[in-house]
Ligand binder design. Structure first.
Ligand SMILES: Nc1ncnc2c1ncn2[C@@H]1O[C@H](COP(=O)(O)OP(=O)(O)OP(=O)(O)O)[C@@H](O)[C@H]1O
Length: 264
């Protein structure tokens, strides 16, 4: 489904601040893979997502999504088939628009009617049914502005917006990190449900090693713009966070500095 082939991204090239954020990185995802991504601050995790989304052009390498070379495709065109949920719960929705207007935008995106927020009764019924499934009380608040919702409720609306038209790829960028533990757990449950029901190929960045090891079917660890560990399900299923930290230390030949890594 996704092939990232030898991708390199250098920021501030030719200056004293030159920094290689992605270093000849390659990655293959099969259809339906749910890959969790861990790594220290500055490892290049979000930059990898930005490269896949087309936030910038890479210095070298190719990105293929569902057999299409998207290396030079514009970001807004990629956004039609790639969903992304950020840590910042304000991103991804229009706070001054109502829940139903936000959902209608996403709904029409999938139907090629760009930027259409008009809501009809059929859509309203559909949105209500969808929201009711997640027990967040959102089905009765269709006419509330999204800006009035809690962070957890907004993340659920964003998730639904990203998946109403099933994307080819879903990118979750620490999307539960800003929520309180109970809400984070609830949003993770909903995420897993949406991904499983629609068999969405998904990548999720997290700093929580336990979450990384118990979510999806594979975990990769990044460091200095490279993938240093790629652990498939069979290997991962009996691992705990200490095993993962030890694997990191063996690979890097350095002890793991928990403060730097910021793993929970
Ligand atoms: N637009 C940019 N311009 C210059 N440098 C950048 C830019 N984006 C990222 N970087 C640098 O690239 C490196 C990788 O950043 P990135 O945000 O991908 O790390 P990360 O693994 O997501 O870290 P974190 O866990 O802290 O979010 C960092 O050193 C960062 O400062």
């Amino acid at each position: 489904m996704l092939d990232v082939n030898n991708v390199t991204k250098v920021f501030s090239k030719g200056t004293v601040n030159e920094h290689t954020a992605l270093n000849n990185l390659s990655l293959h995802l099969d259809n339906g893979d749910f890959v969790t991504i861990v790594g220290s601050n500055g490892a290049g995790k979000s930059t990898l997502f930005n490269a896949i989304c087309g936030s910038f052009l890479c210095d070298s390498g190719k990105i293929i999504l569902d057999n299409e070379d998207i290396t030079y495709k514009k970001e807004h065109k990629r956004a039609r088939v790639i969903g992304r949920v950020f840590q910042d719960t304000m991103k991804g929705t229009a706070p001054d628009m109502t829940i139903e207007e936000n959902l209608a935008l996403a709904y029409s995106k999938g139907r090629r009617r760009i930027f259409q927020s008009a809501v009809n009764d059929k859509m309203r019924k559909f949105f209500k049914e969808q929201l009711a499934r997640y027990n967040m009380g959102l089905e009765d608040r269709l006419k509330n502005k999204v800006g009035l919702l809690s962070g957890g409720q907004r993340q659920v609306v964003t998730l639904l917006m990203c998946t109403l038209a099933v994307p080819k790829l879903l990118l979750l960028d620490e999307h539960t990190a800003a929520l309180d533990p109970a809400t984070a757990e609830k949003v993770m449950e909903i995420t897993k449900q949406i991904v499983a029901e629609n068999n969405i190929t998904t990548m999720m960045i997290t700093h929580n090693l336990n979450q990384a090891l118990t979510t999806g079917n594979r975990t990769i660890m990044m460091d200095s713009g490279e993938i240093i560990l790629d652990i498939p399900y069979n290997e991962r299923k009996n691992m705990n966070r200490d095993d993962l930290l030890q694997m990191y230390s063996m690979k890097k030949r350095e002890a793991l500095d928990n403060d730097r890594i910021l793993f929970s």
